[in-house]
Ligand binder design. Sequence first.
Ligand code: FAD
Length: 494
Amino acid sequence: KKKAAVIGAGIAGLAASIRLAVKGYNVDVFEANLYPGGKLSGFDQMTPDGRTYRFDAGPSLFTMPHLVDELFRLAGRNPADYFEYTRLDETCRYFWDDNTRLTAWADLNRFGQEVETVLGEPARHLHQHLNDSARKYQVTEKLFLQRSLHKMSTWLNRDALTGYLNLPWLGVFGTMNEANNGRFNHAKLVQLFNRYATYNGSDPYQTPATMNIIPHLEYNIGAFFPKEGMISITTCLLKLAEELDVHFYYNTRVTEIITEGKQVKGIRVSRADGIDTVEAALVVSNMDIVSTYRRLLPTARQPERILRQPKSSSGLIFYWGIKRQFAELGLHNILFSNDYQTEFKTLFQENNVSSDPTIYLNITSKLKPDDAPDGCENWFILLNVPNNTGQDWDAIIAQTRQNVIRKISQNLGVDIGKYIETESVLDPRSIEARTSSAQGALYGNSSNNRFAAFLRHANFSRQFDNLYFVGGSVHPGGGIPLCLLSAKIATDLV
Ligand code: FAD
């Protein structure tokens, strides 16, 4: 059997290892951390008296579950034997400081009624927006998401032609905010749909309106919840990979990709007991593309134009064990800022965090009660923040923590500060340190530019015949579904 080495056990590395094993490769995965999953991992917090809060560390919204199921089917397994998930009835609860509250229901007629009742916006505007999102998705999916953008064959087929003819309609020439202002009367609904730009770490006032395909995933295909939490996406894929005889080496950092002419010969790894060389017929890097070139291939030609693209936003996450329950909160909650444009200007132009940030609050114990002690809730609070350019994060975090407590307390009418009994924080520096993501960006290069899709690295190397790239920093982009697709595109090219 030919030997394949995968660098990193993030979600894309796991998916690539499964696909290669199914193709008949003998696969080894080398992971720098002690645990698999990269950003998609989990952890516990203990109270002094021994009660436990469980948290998913990174992703909290699960869309396109069929891409996970596909891996089990590919390996001849029944996905339901490994992984259970349900579709959410309620997609998200939205809160504004003026006490407006709106629930986005999975049942779109009910959501339409809610939008009419609460905001006075005709339901048909919502339906038009989501139908438009679906049609845009169908055109872009075939062109951008299922194939390598960097192979001639992609550009010479009928789907590509449909794509070119639809470029103006796809919204390539205007911004998301302009399109949403044209669609909706109510500023709050514009804000609600502008937020989807943050799903790939971009700015709605800059990113092209093409990104209005994102709501299609959440509303038309649906938002899902894995029964055992987001971490179970990682653990079920790990189980499948191990059943396919993929070997995982943890606490093993790859320090070099060894090349000779146009061939990759293997990798150099550093473990607790020393340095080792591993030969491989094929190497797949799930490490961030900037770090892969700069650290593992320093003498190879560096694709500077791609590596130097501005990076997406990062995240600041507070994980709080809260010793109280709040009936007005659901699994996914958003507390909007009062001035969205200023918030994004602060983020992308001033590289700072707004004093009134939009707060995303996720509580898995709402659906999975054993994630928090009785009568308590596990709060995962995520703010979109700039990527790391050396800001004084300790000062930013201290100030932002106060702003977040103030805003949530005001919305709930309760001083929530006194209910926080356990706490940890993840910030752009720690995201960078734990996963090698350049500047701690959550989604690789930013998509604030209409050519962004073309400025992501391909899923294969042009310099080395047997080197491939997967994960959130390469084509087609970040987020679990796109990372899973990157593994499909890369291994289809093998
Ligand atoms: P990563 O998760 O980045 O993992 C890379 C792995 O490679 C790591 O384990 C790292 O240790 C390892 N590695 C790196 N270098 C080396 C080396 N030299 N040697 C050995 N190992 C190495 N997505 C969604 O779909 N929905 C969400 O709701 C969502 N929310 C998010 C919230 C947060 C806070 C974060 C951080 C991300 C979120 N995302 C979300 C994005 C999603 O988590 C990522 O796009 C995805 O998990 C990235 O997977 P990846 O395969 O690119 O690898």
